[in-house]
Every structure is written in structure tokens, then in C-alpha cells.
Design a binder for this molecule. Sequence first.
Ligand code: IPM
Ligand code: MG
Length: 357
Amino acid sequence: MKEFKIAVIPGDGIGVEVTEQALKVLEKVCKKYDTKLNFTELKAGGCAIDDCGNPLPVETLEKCKKSDAVFLGAVGGPKWDDLPGKQRPEQALLGLRGGLGLYANLRPTKVFDELKSASPLKDSIIDKGVDILVVRELTGGIYFGEKGRKEVDGIYAAYDTELYTVDEIKRIAHCGFKAAMKRRKKLTSVDKANILESSRLWREVVEEVAKEYPEVEVNHLYVDNASMQLVRNPSQFDIILTSNMFGDILSDEASMISGSIGMLASASLREDNFGMYEPVHGSAPDIAGMNLANPLAQILSAAMMLEYSLGMSEAARDIENAVDVVLKEGYRTGDIYSEGAKKIGTKEMGELILSNI
Ligand code: IPM
Ligand code: MG
């Protein structure tokens, strides 16, 4: 029997409820493949601030480092919104990404057939098919660059710096091209090379790396144009390769195309396949603890973990198929509900997925 150590960070708000469902699914599917997952529950985010005053306790980061993968719910909530920058729950995410070296963030967006009507885009746009993977650089750029406050000509000011090294661009570009090779072999690199020097370097390096993947069709878009193209004709995209901040913005926009952010999973990875898996949605404090949250994004994040970090693609497919079946049968949580469907809660959705594994 195979065994893996999984660091579980339920976090705050609905993170707690949705991870509970996803862990049950993981246990069941792994049993089928004679694999045991040893879960260690850890604190990060708002609950850790309440507990010990630190959004990312040293113990949490250390135990994550010793695990085979990290499975995270969501962090944050209004209770901690007024804290200064370094003490906010979001700092836990940045600390985990940076501390674990997870430089590649994969955010797939697809329109689930059964949920087409949830998309805010017209049928004529969606019908051409939407299946995009945003590959976002996650440990560099303006998120991690030099920042501070100072006086400029006697006036108080603040600054953040966008800086990318050639190596940082290279490794994320390879990740984007490798992903493209497994998909439709089309990669769009997004930058702001008409203005930013860091983007000009980005473009040069992506062009260099592209030579190693002659089968992949490459184009470059400025970020403003890319954000417009995403709603005008999302079917043109396969891989979107971009920087930390542009990826933050474009992945939210892309996720909305599916109309159901409660369905979208994400992975943050490094070369050795170690990764952190979390839903794209946040902690949704307004519905926390009410059995209303959609656990499917968390459950699909579990599938990504099986696929990328644990080498269990078949088990991942089992989960994805179970999700398809349950949607086809017409079961919906409130966020993806439409008339005529069967409305259910978080736990019921978890149970239904379990019974289809
Ligand atoms: C995301 C979030 C985070 C980010 C925040 C919460 C730090 O928006 O994962 O997209 O900006 O990266
Ligand atoms: Mg974001």
C-alpha cells in the first residue's frame, strides 16, 4: 500500500466545510487504489491570527515542507480586514507560496456543459467552447518586489516594484509550454511590453523558450487587449502564460466566464511536483457554517492534487467523472442553481460525490 502525507489547511469561513467534504472523497477514492493519505490539519489565515497572532505560524510552514502536498480551503474574512498588511490572513497565502517555492499557479477555467446557463456571456460566445488554463507566475513580480513608503519632493508616497529575472521567466515559460503540449498546443503570453521593461524581458525570454517547443503556436497579447479578448472570444485561448499580477486579474476574469467560481480548482507547483491545491473561490464569510457552500471546487482541487502531486491520474478522473454525473443528475448548490434543478447543501453534495466514486 502506498502512503502520502498531506498537510490540510481548512482555513476560514466555508474553507472548513468544503475541505471536510473533499477529504472524505479523497479517502474513498484512494482506498480504491490501495493508497493511504495521512492528513495533518494545520492552521493558517484568520484562525491562526486568533490562535497565535500570526497568519502563518512557523509550525504550519514547517509541517507543510515535510508533507507530499498541501490541501488548502480558503483564508480571510471581515473580522481580520482592518489589520495592517503584514498581519492580514492573505499574508499566509503569500508566505506559503514563497516559503514553499510554488512558482507556478495553474488555474483551469472551463464551461461545464450542464452549467452553461450560469455563464454571463452569450450562448453564441460560449458555444464555441471554453477551456482555458491560466499559468500564472506566483513567487515573483510586484507581489514580492521591493516596496515601501518614502517622501518624493516632500510629499508622502508609496511604491511597489515589478522585477523579473531571466530564470524566473524561463521556468514559468517552460511550465506553460509543457502544459500546452498536453493540451491544444496553443500558448498566449500576456504582458505590457509596450510600456514595461520587465514585460519586454518577459517577451524576449518567452520567445527564446518557445524555440524548444516548435509544435506550440505562440502569440503575445498586451494585458489590456487580453482582458478584452477574454470576454469577446474566449475560445481563442488554450494556455494563458502571464506574470503574478496580470495572472491574478486575468484568472478572476477567466473564472467568471464559467459563471460558477464555486466549481474552479487551482494548483500551485514547483519542479518536483510538490504542490498546494485550493479552490479559486474565497472564504465566503456571508454563508459560512450554513451548509450552503459549493464543495465542488475543493473536491476538484483534490483531483488536481491526485493528478499532479501524487501521480494518481485515474483517481483524479474518477472524481471528475463523479462531479459530471452528479451535475447531470441535476443536483446543484445555491451558487449554481437554476430553475428545475434539485437544490442541495454542502454535505449533501459531498455525499452524492462519494456515492459516485
Ligand atoms: C488569489 C488571491 C490572492 C492573490 C490574494 C488573496 C493574496 O487574489 O489567489 O488570486 O492576489 O494572489
Ligand atoms: Mg486573485
